[in-house]
Design a protein around this ligand. Structure first.
Ligand code: HEM
Length: 515
């Protein structure tokens, strides 16, 4: 029996006391933190908050939540010209201050203060799923692992590499055409193009990233088709695709959750299986001779890359290639799917892409020629990415105390969430037709506040590949298929996780074009 101040206290009393006092202490702590945050940001304009503790989270969900376009429009209306105000939120369990902003002036200032805002915060899921990859590493100066990785990874997106990837991308596009043709046969057939794009971009990154002949797209062939994959092949392809999805899902889940939660047995077992599938693929490339290394691939190139003799370790290579897999496939696939939706909705846009693509030999096109040869299609993809930014917010952490906007003091460690979604729908920047799809608005270049790939030293390193691959696939599909949407079909419901996709797919009526 425990003794308190010389008095013996029964165990049940201690347990009951703890049961009452612990939640009370936690609540008192949260309340104090919430009030401290409110006091700290007292001079910061903000929408009316429902309560001091979780108010920020509620607001954030309203703005960045599951159906982002509608809340954005509402905030426009509710907040008028101050729309995009700095929204201070306090985020449990990181116990940090967080500032949500869509104010172009403040964002401009954040961009210019490069030395203060050069890293994402710690505590994101990337820290434990791929801690030695670019998305997780912190920038602590030119000698840091992040800086070294950035220098070693950058050449993978140079002209030389893009040329090396070209035949692999057109091989995957050809596979996509084959599978779509097999599913469409005659007349018009409804196809979930988002699903096709997800698989084909996975096959691209499987090939150029891991160096194996990935063919997940073939799993979409009708079962009775003579070229349909065997059961074992289908399982192999889908296990890679499932592992990629689980990796993304687990990363997202781990953001901001206590570190022990990931050890929940069913989750942990799934995680081990993901590591096994992906790790096996990586080992195949690095160690065995069974992989066709004549295919230029990122993993092999990174294995050989060095700077003054400093190379990536095996663990670094593994995390970097997983980072490139995760960052580089769904992003491009979803952006291109949203673009195809707009193309199907706007027949005149489709005609213009067709006119541009019909004279080109897309089957043998170098990726380095995409921008010069497909300028209109390029704008279409760019405008689709504005209207539906695939990554809807960018995160940075203040490295030191700083004052923004001349009066808002931001303590060191504050998280800054920059709403790319709200920036992309700001009437002041884009004009009163901001909600319309109008590729021509990109004709004269885009404003500084077009940030779908982030900004500064941490901006997306794969932007060039994303553009050329996405624009190429867009032109390729339009050249081979006519796209339409079913009259009266409801608009897709956006689903926001790390990337923005459509919850119910993107269903288009597709028919073969006569060549
Ligand atoms: C439509 C396609 C894509 C979009 C919208 C996109 C968007 C982004 C964004 C917003 C960031 C964060 C930038 C910041 O914090 O300032 C990012 C980072 C990154 N992206 Fe992309 N991305 C795309 C495609 C790709 C591709 C194809 C790859 C590579 C195969 C890639 C690799 C990366 C990597 C490695 C980072 C982390 C960079 C660092 O922190 O140093 N992305 N991307």
């Amino acid at each position: 029996m425990p003794s308190i101040g010389g008095v013996d206290v029964p165990n049940w009393c201690v347990a009951a006391g703890a049961a009452v006092l612990t939640p009370a202490a936690v609540y008192a702590y949260l309340l104090r933190q919430g009030r401290a945050r409110q006091a700290f940001f007292a001079d910061t304009p903000q929408p009316k908050e429902p309560g001091p503790i979780f108010a920020g989270i509620v607001e954030l969900e309203k703005i960045q939540g599951q159906r982002p376009i509608e809340p954005v429009k509402k905030h426009f209306k509710d907040l008028g010209l101050t729309w995009g105000v700095r929204l201070p939120v306090w985020l449990f369990p990181n116990m940090e201050f967080m500032l949500f902003t869509a104010d172009p002036a403040i964002i401009g200032e954040i961009q210019s203060k490069k030395d203060l805002f050069h890293s994402r915060p710690s505590g994101t899921g990337f820290d434990t799923t791929m801690p030695k990859g670019l998305l997780a590493l912190r920038n602590t100066g030119p000698q840091s692992s992040w800086a070294l990785h950035r220098r070693l990874v950058a050449p993978l997106f140079s002209d030389k590499f893009l040329e090396g990837y070209s035949s692999q991308v057109s091989e995957k596009a050809d596979m996509l055409r084959f599978v779509l043709n097999a599913n469409i046969q005659e007349g018009e057939v409804e196809c979930d193009i988002q699903n096709y794009m997800k698989f084909v971009t996975l096959d691209v990154i499987g090939s150029i990233g891991f160096g194996f002949n990935s063919k997940a797209t073939m799993t979409l062939l009708p079962e009775q088709h003579p070229k349909a994959l065997s059961k074992a092949e289908t399982e192999r392809e889908l296990s890679f695709s499932d592992a990629g999805e689980l990796l993304l899902f687990e990363t997202q889940r781990r953001t901001g959750e206590p570190s022990f939660a990931k050890y929940w047995p069913p989750r942990y077992m799934r995680w081990l299986s993901v590591q096994k599938v992906l790790g096996k693929r990586i080992d195949e490339v690095l160690e065995s001779g069974t992989v066709d290394n004549s295919r230029l691939n990122m993993l092999k190139a990174l294995q050989d890359a060095h700077e003054e003799g400093r190379k990536m370790s095996k663990a670094e290579l593994r995390d970097e290639i997983l980072t490139l897999l995760m960052a580089g496939h769904e992003t491009t696939g979803y952006t291109t799917s949203w673009a195809l939706l707009e193309v199907a909705r706007n027949p005149e846009v489709q005609e213009k892409i067709l006119a541009e693509a019909s004279t080109l030999d897309l089957d043998n096109m170098q990726l380095t020629h995409v921008q010069g040869s497909l300028p209109y299609t390029w704008m279409v993809w760019q405008e689709a990415l504005r209207l539906r930014p695939t990554v809807i917010g960018h995160v940075r952490q203040a490295e030191a105390d700083v004052t923004l906007g001349g009066k808002y003091s931001i303590p060191r460690g504050t998280l800054l969430v920059i709403s790319q979604l709200m920036l992309a729908h700001n009437e002041d920047t884009w004009g009163s037709d901001v909600m319309d799809f109008r590729p021509e608005r990109m004709e004269k270049g885009y404003p500084d506040m077009y940030l779908p790939f982030g900004f500064g030293g941490r901006a997306c390193i794969g932007k060039r590949l994303a553009y050329v691959e996405g624009v190429y696939l867009l032109a390729f599909i339009v050249k081979n298929f006519n796209l339409r949407i079913q009259e009266g079909s409801p608009a897709p419901t956006p689903k926001v996780s790390i990337t923005q996709s459509s919850e119910d797919g993107i269903n288009l009526l597709m028919s073969k074009r006569r060549q």
